[in-house]
Ligand binder design. Sequence first.
Ligand SMILES: Cc1cc2nc3c(=O)[nH]c(=O)nc-3n(C[C@H](O)[C@H](O)[C@H](O)COP(=O)(O)OP(=O)(O)OC[C@H]3O[C@@H](n4cnc5c(N)ncnc54)[C@H](O)[C@@H]3O)c2cc1C
Length: 424
Amino acid sequence: MGKGLTPYPFMHIFPQDEHEKLLIAKLAALGVSVERRTELVSFVEQPNAIMARLRGPDGKEQDCEASYLAGCDGARSKAREIIGTGFRGGTYRHVFYVADVEAKGAALDGELHIDLDQADFVAIFPLAGEGRGRLIGTVRDERADRAETLTFNDVSSHAIGQMKVTIGKVNWFSTYHVHHRVTDHFRKGRAFLVGDAAHIHSPAGGQGMNTGIGDAINLAWKLAAVVKNRAPAALLDSFEAERIGFARRLVASTDRVFTLATSQGGLAAFVRTHLVPFVFPVIFKFEAVRRFAFRTVSQTMINYRGSPLSRGTAGRVQGGDRLPWVMVEDGDNFTPLVTRDWQVHVYGAAKGELAADCEKHGLPLHVFGWRDEFAAAGLARDALYLVRPDSYVALADAAGSSTSLDRYFADLQIEPAARSGRAA
Ligand SMILES: Cc1cc2nc3c(=O)[nH]c(=O)nc-3n(C[C@H](O)[C@H](O)[C@H](O)COP(=O)(O)OP(=O)(O)OC[C@H]3O[C@@H](n4cnc5c(N)ncnc54)[C@H](O)[C@@H]3O)c2cc1C
């Protein structure tokens, strides 16, 4: 679906527990350990720090002083409660269930299957290993009132009947209520909200964890720049400016889709059982539709064009856009991004003093010999693209002039790289 848009143009289902293990292993490799059963009890903001009270596994409390606090503490966030930014929205009447099963049937073929026949939907996601799948479904009749005591047997007849599967073993089953909410602010003073602490929605679109990781990436490089004294604290204002709009749109759009997928009544049933199964396969034959769907689900369509950090236009690429990915015979233009540094890209030839100016700022300059593929991706020949540590274009300058680079860093008071003698 996403051919030509990213090095990863496919849907890959990677269970969240494995994802967490991978991230924890990466952290360990960087010398950071996760302290389990350690709870944030309260915190207060002081003029230059956050003073947080933590309760450890032995029940003892201790104070922890930090420059900033990132509340990544989920839907019932203590951090959000303390900063008092609210969590407006609602809770669905339905109870959701999730079950990891070993089963047989046509729907266990390694593909995603969704049954929209009834107002209570059920989906089967493939899991690694033959005959293993994850069932996600909803119930809303009188069973929804006893969510805590529901068992797989209470919900399985619908799934088995609709999807025609034979369940061999249920490895895991749980139920939960789903909310659609966004906090009013992602930041108050030195405290930030990230992930489900800031926004939650129906899991049907598979977007929650990905959005939280997007928040974390956006905040991480900014915090690093500020604590290393390479940018003023004002840089942190751009976190909410760049992320809250997407969170609001995501929660509103998943709410609309979920409401349509589960509405009772003739019109909703007609749309689900007639329009969706017949119209979708037809419109998905169009490449533009497939690409739009891919860009939406992969979140590669997110841009920060309205951000205070975004400047200029060159070709079809504007400041705030995700750098377009281009593959040519001898490699792709994403390879240098692995360093997660500020960097300058030029497609064609670097003009005038640009190389010397990049050196002055400690910026790597990557010059890619001009190819038609770059034009096809919307990049302009000999233009300058200043790329942020999170791979978004900060500045696009069609003239390719180093003056725009100097002006950008002077205006925002950002030092893109450490200079000798400067505190880190
Ligand atoms: C069935 C289901 C399927 C889903 N499928 C997908 C999917 O396919 N793709 C996707 O992107 N998303 C999916 N999601 C959403 C995803 O699970 C969440 O968006 C994600 O877990 C949010 O991560 P988080 O770190 O913000 O919060 P959480 O995962 O809730 O983590 C918060 C952590 O903070 C800890 N904590 C809470 N309070 C405190 C405190 N006071 N002190 C210290 N620690 C505290 C908690 O113990 C927890 O470890 C799904 C969700 C469900 C329920």
